[in-house]
Design a protein around this ligand. Structure first.
Ligand SMILES: [Zn+2]
Length: 246
């Protein structure tokens, strides 16, 4: 199956492990085919433990080590830690400017980020407010400001992001075949030893199979094309024409 492979991409999320839950298979798939990917983490998850042995400082150090190891497995060596406070992220102008700076520094063709519109999923999961805040600030950074040269020139040379891929979207329109990198995705998830055990790994593996859309394993996205793809690239897009199976 042919498909769209960006030349460069940036993944903007709230916490260490968000990428491994949502899109690490796609990242591994892309990096193996020559795409340069940069991770941007708004927080280092410095609230993410019930273990009294940790402080906010020491859990952040551990979680950055876990995230950096997970990134390396997926072919990503550039991880930007912005170190906002876990659980306190709001879609502020400060956060938006942080993301503008990152976008202008790394100039990604595609940005993967978190769907900010989802307050809850089904009847048993309330979306983390940090996820929504990061998604809002990322979209606000991408359009229109990052591409506007008169706006915040101190944050770097203006850059236009071509596509936004949203994870955790209720009505995805694009599926990426991660069958050949599912083991890599799960190994990356396992790097977050402070957060996940094998039960969670099994759950995420099941998600990939359920997301399959006819594929053995997949990750899905809502894709926004802010700049049309080159005609030569369009037939390679892996947009699934049919409705999802479930
Ligand atoms: Zn998270």
């Amino acid at each position: 199956m042919s498909e769209f492979i960006p030349t460069s991409a940036m993944v903007i999320v709230a916490h260490p492990d968000d990428i491994e839950f949502g899109c690490a298979g796609t990242v591994a798939h892309w990096t193996r085919r020559g795409c340069r990917v940069v991770y941007v983490l708004a927080t280092s998850g410095n609230g993410g433990t019930h273990d009294p042995a940790y402080t906010r400082e020491s859990i952040a150090v551990l979680r950055e080590q876990e995230q950096t190891a997970a990134a390396a497995l997926c072919g990503v060596t550039e991880v930007e830690y912005l170190r906002h406070q876990d659980g306190e992220v709001i879609a502020s102008l400060t956060l938006r400017k942080d993301f503008i700076r990152m976008i202008r520094k790394h100039k990604p063709q595609v940005v993967i980020t978190m769907d900010p519109s989802q307050l809850y999923f089904g009847s048993d999961y309330i979306n983390h407010p940090d996820h929504r805040a990061v998604g809002t600030a990322a979209l606000d950074a991408i359009a229109p400001v990052a591409a506007m040269p008169l706006m915040y020139p101190e944050l770097g040379e203006a850059h236009r992001v071509h596509e936004v891929w949203l994870v955790m979207h209720p009505t995805p329109d694009t599926w990426v075949d991660i069958s050949d990198v599912l083991d890599t995705k799960l190994d990356a998830l396992r790097q977050h030893k402070s957060q996940v055990g094998e039960d969670v790994v099994k759950m995420v593996a099941a998600w990939a199979r359920e997301a399959g859309h006819g594929l053995i394993a997949a990750e899905n996205f809502k894709v926004m094309k802010l700049v049309a793809r080159e005609p030569a690239a369009e037939p390679a897009a892996q947009n699934a024409p049919e409705a999802p199976a479930a």
